[in-house]
Design a protein around this ligand. Structure first.
Ligand code: G3H
Length: 229
């Protein structure tokens, strides 16, 4: 299980260099809010051989917008391009995922596409993670992810229990997809996450000390790395 940490700036990224994946985002623009291409570029330089991920946003059914943003993130240097589906329509999900996969993989076949659905999909009225995964697999994406869509401090574990997260991870494995789990995860969730054993867990609030709108703290990143490895 690898640790993905989400800094929101170049300054914060300096505290995340020992994580397995550095995930560039702009929390002020939503759960998977996109940061600027120059920030992705600078963090990629800073990261050296550590893979860099970039969130491109929480999207409605707008495949053109999503594909262009995905291409932009890949051109800026992201090794992982991550999109959230903030709508509930299977056909539209297929269009968005197809667009994003093609935009990234045609020029950069080695890059990784991550499709996120939200653990709080019922309250958001968005596509369920287990419905999204088979579509992501059919379209050639690499990872299916769960995150919380509304960042109000409620954790993914408040919306999906261990069994549901395990079923999602197993389903993805059988579809040939990797799994990333996130959503206000806490240090005390790490043992159960290790039992579920997704390929990646993603954190921000945990390494900010609980409030994801504050700065990432180097000592909390070190603690998370030590607990995960
Ligand atoms: O990709 C993972 C997210 O950045 C998780 O953020 P969070 O832990 O604050 O919910």
């Amino acid at each position: 299980m690898k640790l993905l940490v989400s800094p929101s700036s170049i300054e914060e990224a300096k505290f995340c260099l020992d994580a397995d994946i550095i995930d560039v985002k702009r929390p002020a623009e939503g759960s998977l809010g996109a940061n600027f291409p120059w920030v992705i570029r600078e963090i990629k330089k800073l990261a050296g051989t550590t893979p860099v991920s970039a969130a491109i946003g929480d999207y409605g059914p707008t495949p053109g917008n999503a594909a262009l943003a995905a291409y932009g993130a890949a051109c800026a240097g992201a090794d992982f391009v991550k999109i959230g589906l903030m709508f509930n329509d299977k056909d539209a999900a297929r269009d968005v995922i197809e667009g994003v996969v093609r935009a990234v993989k045609e020029p950069f076949p080695e890059k990784t596409v991550v499709i996120a659905a939200y653990s709080d999909y019922v309250r958001l009225g968005t596509i369920a993670p287990h419905v999204m995964s088979p579509i992501a697999a059919e379209c050639g994406a690499d990872f299916a992810m769960i995150d919380t869509g509304k960042k109000d401090g409620k954790s993914t574990f408040e919306f999906m229990n261990k069994e549901a997260l395990q079923a999602f991870t197993d389903q993805n494995r059988s579809l040939g997809l990797g799994t990333a789990l996130a959503g206000s995860l806490k240090f005390e969730d790490i043992p159960v996450l290790q039992e579920i054993n997704p390929e990646i867990i993603g954190v921000r609030g945990m390494v900010c000390g609980g409030d994801r709108s504050t700065m990432v703290k180097a000592e909390l990143v070190a603690k998370a790395i030590q607990m995960v490895r």
